[in-house]
Design a protein around this ligand. Structure first.
Ligand SMILES: C[S@@+](CC[C@H](N)C(=O)[O-])C[C@H]1O[C@@H](n2cnc3c(N)ncnc32)[C@H](O)[C@@H]1O
Length: 421
C-alpha cells in the first residue's frame, strides 16, 4: 500500500464504526470511511460499483507523486492542478478524494452513463465542491478524451488524466478471470454492466486513450490509467513503444490480497524518478520503463565528493545550485562538454586561442539532480552514494553519456573500492 495511504498501518476499526453507525452494512463501509476520515458524504445507487476507499487512495497518492516528481522547482505547489477523471461513475470518487486531499486540484469528470452523471453531480454538490469539480456527460462511446472537443479546444493545460476503465470485454471473460484468479474473490466487482464491460476490454479502452493522446499530446501532461489485469500491462507498454513513447511509468497497487497496476505516459520532457515510477515485481520486468536514476557508491565522505563535484561541474560548464542542507545539486547542461569530440575541440581552441562554437538558443540539453548520501555499508569506512537523476530532457543518450563521464571521473579520483549499481 502507498506509504501515505492512511489505512497502511492503521486498518479501519470496523467494530467501532459499526457501533458509531448502526446502519453499518458492507456497502456502507465506504460511506463510513468517507464520512469519518474525509468529511465526504456519498450517495450511490445500490446496483453500481461501490468504490473501496483504500484502493482509490492508492491511485490518487500515486498521481500526487507523479505530478510533484515532474513539476519544476518553481512550479511546485503553486499552481492550480487540472485533472481529468475519465469514467467517474456515480460516486465521482477520484475527484472527491483528489480535491479533498489537494486544495489546489480541480477536476473535469466524465462518464457516458446518464444515471452515473446525475449521481456524480449530486455527490459533488452535496460536498460543496461545485467550484472544483465539473461533471460532463460524454455523449459518445466512440471517443474518450476527444468527445465534443471539450478538452482539445480549452486553453487549460491539464496536469493529468486518470481512469479506472471497465476491465472486461464481456461476462465470459470476467468469469474466466474469477476462475483463474486474475480476479481474486477478494476483489469481486459488483458493478453494473457499463462499469464492468467495454468492447475489447480494458486493453482496447486504454489503447483508445493512447491513440487520442497522440493527437492531444502535451495538452495533458500525464495520461494515466488503472489496469485490472496483469497481461494488459505488457500489452499497453508494447503499444507505447510502437508509438515511440519512451517517457512512461508503471506501478503496482497492492491492497490486501488484491493487485492492480497503474500506467502513465507523457509527451513532455519531465522525467519522473520517484519510487512508484518503476514496478517492483519481477513479472513486470519486461514492462519496466528505462531508468532515469543512476548511482555509484564511493569509499569516501560526502564532504570530499562535494568539493570534487563542485569543481567538476564548473569544469564541465554545468550550471545549477547546491542545496547544502540536502546535499543536492540542481543542475542543467546547455552544451556537451564531456564527449571526446567536445574535449578535443576545447583543447584545440585553447591551443589556437580561438573561441569554441557556443550553443545555439537557450534550451537546456537536460536537467538533472545530483544527491550525495552517506552509505553505511561498513561502519569503519565512510561511503557515499552519489545519485544522479535525469529530471528533464528529450535525449536519453546525451544524459547517459554525461552520467558515465561523471561516474568515470569519480571512480578515477576516489578509486578502488567502488561498487556501482
Ligand atoms: C469501472 S467504472 C469506474 C467508476 C469510478 N471511477 C470508480 O473507480 O469507482 C468505469 C466507468 O467508465 C464509464 N465509461 C465507459 N466508457 C466511457 C467513455 N467512453 N467515456 C467516459 N466514461 C466511460 C462507465 O460508464 C463507468 O462509470
Amino acid at each position: 500500500m502507498h506509504p501515505r495511504n492512511k489505512y497502511k498501518d492503521n486498518p479501519p476499526d470496523f467494530s467501532v464504526l459499526a457501533f458509531k453507525y448502526p446502519s453499518f452494512y458492507p456497502f456502507e463501509l465506504t460511506y463510513c470511511l468517507l464520512r469519518e476520515d474525509f468529511n465526504l458524504f456519498l450517495d450511490i445507487p445500490l446496483d453500481t460499483l461501490c468504490p473501496p476507499i483504500p484502493s482509490r487512495l492508492n491511485y490518487i497518492h500515486w498521481i500526487e507523486d507523479l505530478i510533484s516528481s515532474t513539476e519544476s522547482h518553481e512550479e511546485l505547489g503553486k499552481n492550480t492542478v487540472h485533472g481529468i477523471d475519465i469514467g467517474t461513475g456515480a460516486s465521482c470518487i477520484y475527484p472527491l478524494l483528489g480535491c479533498t486531499l489537494n486544495k489546489n486540484w480541480v477536476f473535469l469528470a466524465t462518464d457516458i452513463d446518464k444515471k452515473a452523471v446525475k449521481y456524480a453531480k449530486d455527490n459533488v454538490h452535496r460536498n460543496n465542491l461545485d467550484d472544483k469539480i465539473t461533471v460532463r456527460r460524454n455523449k459518445t462511446d466512440k471517443k474518450i478524451l476527444l468527445n465534443d472537443n471539450m478538452i482539445k479546444d480549452t486553453t487549460i493545460k491539464f496536469s493529468f488524466c486518470m481512469c479506472n476503465p471497465p476491465f472486461y470485454e464481456n461476462q465470459e471473460q470476467y468469469e474466466k478471470g474469477v476462475e483463474s484468479k486474475i480476479t481474486s474473490s477478494h476483489s469481486v466487482c459488483t458493478g453494473s454492466s457499463n462499469e464492468m464491460f467495454t468492447p475489447g476490454g480494458e486493453f482496447q479502452f486504454i489503447k483508445d486513450i493512447l491513440e487520442e493522446s497522440l493527437i492531444l499530446r502535451t495538452k495533458i501532461r500525464w495520461y494515466t490509467s488503472k489496469i485490472g489485469r496483469l497481461e494488459t500491462v505488457n500489452k499497453i507498454v508494447c503499444e507505447l513503444k510502437k508509438s515511440g513513447i519512451d517517457n512512461y511509468v508503471v506501478t503496482e497497487f497492492c491492497q490486501g490480497l488484491t493487485r492492480r497496476w497503474g500506467i502513465g505516459w507523457s509527451f513532455g520532457s519531465q522525467r519522473p524518478t520517484f519510487s512508484g515510477s518503476q514496478p517492483v515485481s519481477k513479472k513486470l520486468r519486461r514492462s519496466a520503463p528505462p531508468k532515469s536514476e543512476f548511482s555509484v557508491v564511493l569509499p569516501t565522505n560526502v564532504g570530499e565528493i562535494f568539493k570534487f563535484l563542485r569543481n567538476l561541474f564548473d569544469e564541465l560548464e554545468v550550471t545549477g545550485q547546491w542545496n547544502e542542507e540536502s546535499n543536492t545539486f540542481y543542475g542543467s547542461a546547455q552544451i556537451n562538454t564531456w564527449s571526446r569530440a567536445a574535449r578535443r575541440a576545447k583543447a584545440k581552441s585553447e591551443a589556437q586561442k580561438t573561441p569554441i562554437t557556443q550553443k545555439v538558443g537557450d534550451e537546456n540539453l537536460f536537467e538533472f539532480t545530483c544527491n550525495l548520501e552517506p552509505e553505511p555499508l561498513d561502519v569503519s569506512i565512510s561511503n557515499t552514494r552519489v545519485i544522479i537523476s535525469w529530471t528533464n530532457g528529450k535525449d536519453r543518450n546525451i544524459f547517459e553519456s554525461f552520467y558515465l563521464h561523471i561516474k568515470k571521473r569519480l571512480e578515477q579520483e576516489f578509486n578502488d573500492k567502488t561498487a556501482s549499481l
